[in-house]
Write a protein that binds this ligand. Sequence first.
Ligand SMILES: C[S@@+](CC[C@H](N)C(=O)[O-])C[C@H]1O[C@@H](n2cnc3c(N)ncnc32)[C@H](O)[C@@H]1O
Length: 192
Amino acid sequence: MLSDRWLQRWLPTVLERAGTGPVLEIGCGRGSDTATLVVAGARVIALDLSPSNVAAAQARAPQATVSCQDVRSPWPTADQPYGVIVASLSLHYFAWHDTVTLVSRIHAALRPGGLLLCRLNSTRDHHHGARGHPAIEPNSYDVRGEPKRFFDRAALTQLFASGWRTLSIQETKSYKYVRPKVLWELALERAA
Ligand SMILES: C[S@@+](CC[C@H](N)C(=O)[O-])C[C@H]1O[C@@H](n2cnc3c(N)ncnc32)[C@H](O)[C@@H]1O
């Protein structure tokens, strides 16, 4: 992986909002963000669908609790609602209806004032599937056999219309892959 230090600037906020509770990480992949969170001092509960990614994340961040599950199944619960949920590039595999449901579940799992940090594919992410693939739904494509959704500002507005306060929303580029990836980076808090 090339450079992808997106979480660094959020770490003080993450630690403050998590307090003594764990951070829930949805779709942790091979554990790059998991390790960043753990090294910063957060307690992390992570999940991912891929057994090999789960094994890699667990090896990379042994202090985290990493489970293998579909994000659409019930999530591990903590003894209190989460103060922080991180979902980096992991909410784009689903039909729009299921995406809306996932965001509602994230909202319900957070305490009021809890923080959602998420990154979503931009409709301008042309190097990574945002054009040239068969459409499944508007802005969702079959990218080499895998459904992949791309978000524009209108979709984000719709997705986070109710019950959220936006702290930051930026369309930016990540250089984690060989070709630049255009994505949205969002920080939102659950409104009281
Ligand atoms: C593009 S990777 C992002 C990984 C990591 N969060 C990052 O930013 O590097 C997407 C991850 O979501 C996981 N994933 C895909 N569908 C999933 C599902 N239905 N439930 C849970 N995880 C899923 C994949 O296995 C993969 O590890």
